[in-house]
Design a protein around this ligand. Structure first.
Ligand code: AMP
Length: 458
């Protein structure tokens, strides 16, 4: 998954992008990058790690220009290397192209092989590099037409921010898999994966970039072009469940509201009579636990403390990295838990590593009974569209029944929200959402090659 942010028409565009990327850090922590253009020149910097580790005032000052895009990344299928950090920046016959992508293209391997057969040389294992090549080959005159041509036959999930010289292009795949919004900051136009990144720069939300829409912004103004419409929307429901920040609007709806609704619905489907209180696995489950507490009448407690100097557990490409982080990331509050029967709410169980570790922490702090409630259904299938759940055999719910999972993680009871419950709880539901990771109902054919280190998404 990734975060993308862009600004057109501000003298200090890179500074604003830098701020925007801070708000999108939760979408990817492996690499960060900014490209800015102005006066016919493009300047870019990409680095492995967090935004704040690399972009200080001095670095940002080295990226002059009135238009800029930025990217935070964690690799979904490709390797975590600097070559794959974005935005990609290349020179071509008519100037510069820079590209930042959120999503996963499902037929990038085929397109790449065709391009390679005609002599194209690739510099990364990123799926989105095929779009850069196709843009460079386009004979169309307007940048938005070049992009429409480049996207023909490209399948899968993409929210894109692209610079072709001083034109900023924003695009979303026709199924609307990943979010992307447009905002205004005075006369400048701003694009961001989530609205929380508009807030940090003081921009106001104008609207979503529509599924299948390309928006071009340059000195001539703002133009919109619509790609042939898709039959159905496949917005990623997991954005509401886990990925996006609760202070954001995604797909036109409040993430906070979605999560509270999920928690309420979870309480209706899986009450825990007799429990003393409910608590969240912070921070991604806070709103769901609040909803659970409201609907169940149970008191909400802080029983688990998260160390804020440790990043998201799961956004670590290796198992060793993840295991170590669970241990340092959380601690339990003995005073609150000792002798109590408790309900622990989490947004999801993926591999089960975190949950198992947490349950043993909670019991170690004296909890008498632990009832686990999960604000999404069992994850049984990998995502092909940009969330990092690559192999089926790593997904605990693909291997075990709910009862077995409950025993494995060591809880007294385990309840997952139903698929209908989840889809009914998110704003804009129950239709128009992709739920392939919960149902195996993939709306596209499989990606040509699923292996790591071939073509990675963003
Ligand atoms: P696990 O140990 O794999 O079951 O991790 C589950 C935890 O990771 C949950 O508490 C979620 O909040 C979080 N999580 C779920 N999906 C993802 C994801 N795709 N990327 C990062 N973190 C995730």
């Amino acid at each position: 998954m990734c975060g993308i942010f862009g600004v057109a028409g501000k003298p200090d565009a890179a500074r604003l992008v830098n701020l925007g990327l801070y708000s999108l850090q939760h979408r990817g922590q492996e690499s960060a990058g900014i490209v800015a253009v102005g006066d016919g020149e493009a300047h870019g910097y990409r680095a492995m790690g967090l935004v704040g580790e690399h972009f200080d005032a001095e670095r940002v000052a080295q990226l002059p220009g009135t238009t800029a895009i930025g990217h935070t990344r964690y690799s979904t299928a490709g390797s975590s290397t600097i070559e794959n950090a974005q935005p990609a920046l290349v020179n071509f016959k008519s100037g510069h192209i820079a590209l930042a992508h959120n999503g996963n293209l499902t037929n990038a391997t085929e397109i790449r092989e065709r391009l390679e057969a005609y002599g194209s040389i690739f510099s990364s294992t990123m799926d989105s590099e095929v779009i850069v090549h196709r843009l460079a080959r386009s004979m169309a005159t307007k940048p938005e037409e070049q992009l429409a041509e480049a996207l023909q036959g490209v399948e899968g999930a993409y929210s894109l921010l692209i610079l072709i010289n001083e034109t900023l292009l924003a695009a979303r795949d026709p199924n609307g898999w990943r979010p992307l919004v447009m905002g205004k900051l005075g006369d400048a136009v701003v694009f961001a994966s989530e609205t929380c990144a508009l807030d940090i720069v003081g921009a106001t939300l104008e609207r979503e970039v529509l599924p299948g829409e390309i928006i071009a912004v340059d000195k001539e103004g703002v133009r919109s072009l619509q790609l042939p419409p898709a039959k159905e929307l496949h917005r990623c429901v997991f954005e509401h469940v886990y990925f996006a920040r609760p202070d954001s609007q995604v797909f036109g709806g409040s993430v906070d509201r979605a999560r509270r609704n999920l928690g309420r619905r979870l309480a209706e489907e899986h009450p825990a009579p007799g429990a003393d209180f409910v608590f969240a696995v912070p921070d991604s489950s806070n709103a769901a636990a609040l909803g659970y507490a409201e609907a169940s009448g149970l008191r909400l407690e802080h029983a688990l403390i998260r160390n804020h100097y440790v990043g998201r557990t799961f956004i670590q490409p290796t198992q060793e990295g993840r295991d170590a982080k669970v241990r340092v990331k959380y601690n339990a509050v003995r005073d609150v838990l000792d002798g109590k029967s408790v309900v622990m709410v989490d947004d999801s169980i993926v591999r089960g590593t975190t949950t198992r570790g947490l349950v043993s922490l909670i019991r170690g702090a004296g909890a008498r009974e632990v009832h686990m409630r999960v604000a999404s259904p069992p994850i049984t299938h990998p995502c092909w569209y940009g969330i990092d759940t690559p192999e089926r055999d790593q997904l605990i719910a693909a291997r075990m029944s709910v009862e077995e999972i409950g025993r494995h993680i060591g809880v007294d009871s385990l309840g997952y929200i139903s698929r209908e419950g989840m889809l009914g709880a998110v704003p804009g539901g129950p239709t128009g959402f992709c739920h392939a990771c919960f149902s195996g109902e993939y709306p596209t054919r499989p990606p040509t090659i699923l292996k790591k280190n071939r073509l990675g998404g963003s």
